[in-house]
Design a binder for this molecule. Structure first.
Ligand code: ZN
Length: 469
């Protein structure tokens, strides 16, 4: 039994064994990883069980209850930015700390105090993991912060980086989307310059290092000695950001030394220049999310490309690629999707209510940009990790921490602090045979579960600290 972080670290340890292997199918590698961390004998078996459990109403007639019982997912309320994000290290996934939309990628200080790196320079960045190990990586900045990469409105089918050109920002205007005129936003060159400055400051000072640290602490993958080339682009639809290994042949999935990370100004062209999280939910903005979370997502791709753990193959006659639901879901899991930020929750609920749609989203096909597979892959990994979070282990931890700890825990619950519904239900199941200790669920409204405990003085402490617990 294990925490979600331990499960994912063990999962990634299996992928690391294939770092320099470019012939084993990505699906075979995932089969081996699933076998190692769970009771399932293959990836497909785990997928089938996941689709069944999440949509089976015997696991909870109410979709919120079902998501909680099967995955530990607690769907956040609309406009609530204090809910746990469901990140692998956070509270909903079995961790001890609530990590919300703002705290999941931590920043200290204010934007206005931050400096810019020199254009064209390479800067050095270090981070120290929770095990005390320190790592160094580099960021190469664009030759100018007043230029953008013109992507010529290429689609995934016509994608051709060699045709991209560099454009100086003078007094042009840009649009966010040529095809969907209703949602098209118009940006000025001045807005792009300002957005580039805000994103650069966040990346230079906080977001890249904090994301790299989180990925090391939660997945066990480091970014030591690697370089990110940061660029900014215009004239491409619907891409928040992307990463690609540089100086590598197609289908060479061995560790890359340099990764390009590009930020999409059609989406991040308007961003709050004061908000440390990179808030784009401002007037005339694209109403997306906090950019620091997107950086954490992109950094998962970058770190996996740099460690040879991302097996992404294109074209015919090459080994099966890792499916999109995994490659994108694992990037979402680092920062979570349980909360309202970026409007994730509607998609989770929709999938948990529609067995066919969920099964379709779990297809073993590669790719990127299929939104629904980001969500389904995230849910799947939460499910896989949740199988290993054992209530008896949680109770043993509580037991080992003593009476003050359980008192605090109960006070937190009484104070309205959220406790995962299934943990509580399992805990009461466990206690029930030996006691008359009853938790009465008095209110289950939307995703918010409120539990009332009997008068604390009436609980016999031996039931909580007894030898069987
Ligand atoms: Zn991605």
């Amino acid at each position: 039994m294990a925490t979600a972080v331990e499960t994912m670290t063990q999962f990634m340890d299996v992928l690391k064994r294939y770092s320099n292997d470019t012939t084993t199918s990505g699906i075979t590698i995932l089969d081996n990883a699933v076998r190692e961390v769970s009771r399932f004998n293959s990836l497909q078996e785990a997928i089938d069980s996941f689709v069944n459990d999440v949509t089976d109403t015997s696991n909870g007639a109410n979709v919120y209850e079902r998501l909680n019982n099967t995955c530990g997912i607690i769907v956040g309320k609309d406009e609530d930015f204090t809910a746990d994000t469901g990140a692998v290290s956070g509270y909903n996934a079995g961790g001890t700390e609530v990590k919300d939309a703002q705290s999941i990628v931590p920043e200290i200080g204010t934007m206005s105090d931050l400096s810019m790196p020199e254009a064209g320079s390479t800067t050095t960045h270090t981070y120290t993991g929770k095990d005390g190990k320190t790592f160094t990586f580099y960021i190469k900045w664009p030759q100018s912060f007043t230029q953008v990469e013109d992507r010529k409105w290429q689609t995934s089918k016509t994608y051709n980086p060699s045709a991209w050109t560099t454009e100086e920002l003078t007094n042009q205007t840009f649009v966010s989307d040529l095809k969907n005129n209703e949602d098209t936003k118009t940006y000025t060159a001045a807005q792009f310059k300002s957005a580039i400055e805000t994103i650069t400051k966040g990346m230079y000072n906080w977001w890249a290092e904090e994301s790299a640290k989180m990925i090391y602490d939660d997945y066990g993958l480091d970014f030591n000695g690697k370089t990110i080339n940061v660029t900014f682009f215009a004239n491409q639809e619907d891409t928040q950001a992307d990463t690609a290994p540089l100086n590598k042949n197609n289908n060479d999935t061995t560790p890359a030394d340099t990764i390009r990370m590009s930020f999409g100004l059609p989406i991040y062209g308007i961003i709050d220049s004061e908000d440390v999280n990179g808030d784009t939910r401002i007037e005339d903005g694209a109403d997306q999310n906090y950019l620091d979370r997107t950086v954490a997502h992109e950094m998962v791709h970058a770190v996996m490309q740099a460690s040879g753990t991302l097996k992404d193959y294109e074209g015919q006659n090459v080994p099966a690629t890792m499916p999109e639901f995994f490659t994108e879901g694992v990037a979402e899991l680092i920062m979570g999707l349980d909360d309202y930020d970026a409007n994730n929750t509607a998609s989770i609920i929709e999938l948990a209510n529609d067995r066919t749609k969920l099964a379709d989203a779990m297809v073993l096909a590669g790719g990127t940009g299929t939104n629904i597979r980001y969500t389904s892959g995230y849910m799947f990994l939460r499910y896989l990790c949740w199988q290993n979070v054992d209530t008896q282990d949680l109770l043993a931890v509580i037991d080992s921490k003593g009476e003050d700890y359980i008192d605090d825990l109960l006070l937190q619950v009484l104070g309205g602090h959220s406790v995962t519904q299934s943990s509580m239900l399992k805990a009461t199941d466990y206690l029930a045979p030996t006691s008359d200790f009853n938790v009465s669920a008095v209110e289950v409204q939307n995703s918010e579960a409120v539990y009332q405990f009997p008068d604390m003085d009436s609980i016999d402490p031996t039931l909580l600290y007894g030898s069987g617990v």
